[in-house]
Ligand binder design. Sequence first.
Ligand code: ZN
Length: 211
Amino acid sequence: MRWAERSRRAFVEGPGRGVFGIVQGGIHPDLRLRSAAKLIAIGFDGYAVGGLAIGEGQTTTFLVLDTTVPALPEDRPRYLMGVGKPADLVGAVLRGIDMFDCVLPTRSGRTAQAFTRRGTVNLRNARHADDPAPLDPQCLCPACTGFSRAYLHHLSRGGEILGSMLLTAHNLRYYADLMAAMRAAIATGSLAAFAAAFAEAQEESPRRETK
Ligand SMILES: [Zn+2]
């Protein structure tokens, strides 16, 4: 908290710039609420929820958000750090989160894993070897509009850099489309219905906590 105060004081205001306070407190609701209250007293442009998605599992992440997010000001952006899989994003937005950052779309793109409206697809899998269909027929990215699953499979198996580039482009497009769809659903008051349809469309259900 001393560091947060020093950071707030040291921050130089400017157009398009802001400084966020980071709520800590692990999985302890009382510590999360104390942290949020102290940061709000200092006063920040936005509030981040830190220290999650480090192995505690989705159920616990969501429980912490259920406690923490309602304690943060509604008129400031709320940012969940280091998250996550598509189902994590949907669940967090349902709980009031506005912003994310994560390596997953790009790192997964480099290891032949694609996120789609029908769940996660591993292009290295042999079942794609002769598949002329696009990765995701609803996606407008270069990988889906220009190439077949079979070709993406070939690139991935051959270690061709083009495979990493195309799947990275696809995953970034998918994440951007997912967030745009949630913004549209919020605008029409239909986010809960969107989340239900999203969960149903994901053939591979979100990975559940196992420990
Ligand atoms: Zn695509």
